[in-house]
Design a protein around this ligand. Structure first.
Ligand code: HEM
Length: 404
């Protein structure tokens, strides 16, 4: 989707959708987007990522401590990873932990269900100002609840600076936002509404996507014992039984192939929703203005012309020589458009590197301790509730590698 003329813009959210992700980076446009993207780039790249690694490891350790004490070693990993990824994003972006963010996550969960139920419903102009359906009223209540929790977090940061306990609002994502909220320069300042919108977006996107990806990878490794073994051997070769570190993470080639293949088949984001701002061309189609389109991943990601007749099979070896050589097409623009689990161009995922590091750390630490097999109770039922997730969870059996 070439977008140099800005024909394809982010799709406008429904009223209910706006209560979940409105005013956040994923759906804003123009100068406001550029300002917010700069902040998020700063929070989720370079040195900031290095500082996040210990917090990610500590969160995985907490999860594994719990697994160690389980009497029955059958667990449902989608749920387990939900706690893990909630803990990680709470710690690294908001300087808190899952328990502190628990109220926000509970409200975001309810909002997510309401949004997915209303995602294709169109509100009738004017009528929606006079009469609001029950879902809208409920989502507004949740939105207000989340705003109150975020306000509390901001106040805590402000109080610390006022009392002299801290000399800045912090360098994590929340700290950068509070700083921008207080900026005297109009150009840099973000409003309270925008600050709350960004917190919702990062809490939500930070947890939800990695949660799904980890669960789908573990499912594939539980089924494909040979790839599980290859991945474990690589992890032990690089880290032994020590905790992962960034230098070693960059060397995890087999794991990168497994992650890419899972993203191809079960990428958490299933498409890129856009509005056609004015008449324009998309491939061989001329699209009229003011229509909504959804560029689905599943088309190119499962196209046998691009990937071969084994397109539906889990074969990480197709990524052995990197993404560019994984498809039958060698022309760069084709390859790029054949595989876009993190989106494409300037609007692509702002936290792709973070998501990859988090996934690799969690998988490495699990593989160092357990072999995993799929439970006979598992029922395959992927469902799109904004992200692609396992409707009935993913039940796996853990077998400790050492007497832990
Ligand atoms: C496996 C993990 C992830 C996947 C597959 C994923 C996927 C995506 C995709 C496909 C987009 C582009 C959407 C579009 O163009 O319409 C996107 C954007 C975005 N993602 Fe992620 N994401 C992941 C993890 C994360 C995490 C951990 C965070 C936050 C900490 C995050 C925050 C965002 C934000 C804020 C945007 C909007 C960027 C913009 O419009 O400038 N994502 N992500």
């Amino acid at each position: 989707m070439k977008n140099s003329e800005k024909i394809f813009q982010k799709r406008k959210l429904t009223d209910v959708g706006a209560t979940l992700l409105g005013n956040g980076l994923a759906f804003i446009e123009g100068e406001k987007w550029a300002k917010h993207r700069k902040l998020a780039n700063h929070a989720f790249h370079g040195e900031s990522l290095e500082n996040m690694t210990p917090a990610i490891i500590a969160s995985v350790e907490t999860m594994l401590e719990k697994w160690k004490s389980l009497e029955v070693k059958e667990i449902e990993v989608y749920n387990e990873f939900r706690f893990l990824t909630s803990e990680v994003i709470s710690r690294i972006a908001f300087g808190s932990n899952y328990l502190e963010g628990e109220k926000i996550f509970a409200m975001l969960n309810k909002l997510k269900i309401l949004v997915s139920q209303n995602i294709h419903k169109t509100a009738i102009p004017f009528i929606n100002k006079l009469w609001k359906p029950a879902d809208m009223l409920e989502s507004e209540k949740l939105e207000k609840g989340i705003q109150d929790c975020v306000m509390e977090m901001i106040k805590k940061r402000e109080d610390k600076v006022v009392s002299g306990e801290a000399d800045s609002f912090g360098t994590d994502f929340l700290g950068l936002l509070v700083n921008a909220y207080h900026d005297l320069d109009d150009k840099n300042r973000v409003s309270l509404e925008d600050l709350v919108g960004e917190c919702k977006t990062i809490y939500y996107a930070g947890r939800e996507n990695v949660n799904s990806l980890l669960a789908w990878i573990v499912l594939h490794l539980a089924i494909h014992g040979d790839w599980q073994e290859k991945a474990r051997r690589e992890v032990i070769d690089i880290f032994g039984n020590q905790n992962p570190h960034l230098e070693g993470i960059a060397k995890l080639k087999i794991m990168t192939m497994i992650i890419n293949e899972t993203l191809r088949l079960y990428g958490p984001s299933h498409g890129l929703p856009r509005t056609v701002a004015r008449e324009g061309q998309l491939g061989k189609f001329i699209l009229p203005a003011d229509i909504d389109i959804l560029s689905l991943n599943i088309g190119p990601h499962r196209d046998p012309h691009l990937w071969g007749d084994d397109v539906h099979l889990f074969k990480p070896e197709r990524f052995a020589e990197g993404i560019a050589k994984a498809t039958n097409y060698t022309a760069t623009n084709y390859t790029a458009a054949a595989f876009f689990p993190f989106g494409l161009g300037p609007r692509s995922c702002v936290a792709m590197t973070l998501a990859t590091i988090e996934t690799k750390i969690a998988l490495s630490m699990i593989l160092q301790r357990y072999t995993i097999t799929i439970s006979p109770t598992y029922v395959h039922s992927p469902i799109a509730i904004i992200t692609i997730q396992p409707q009935h969870g993913i039940q796996i059996i853990l077998e400790p590698l050492h007497s832990c």
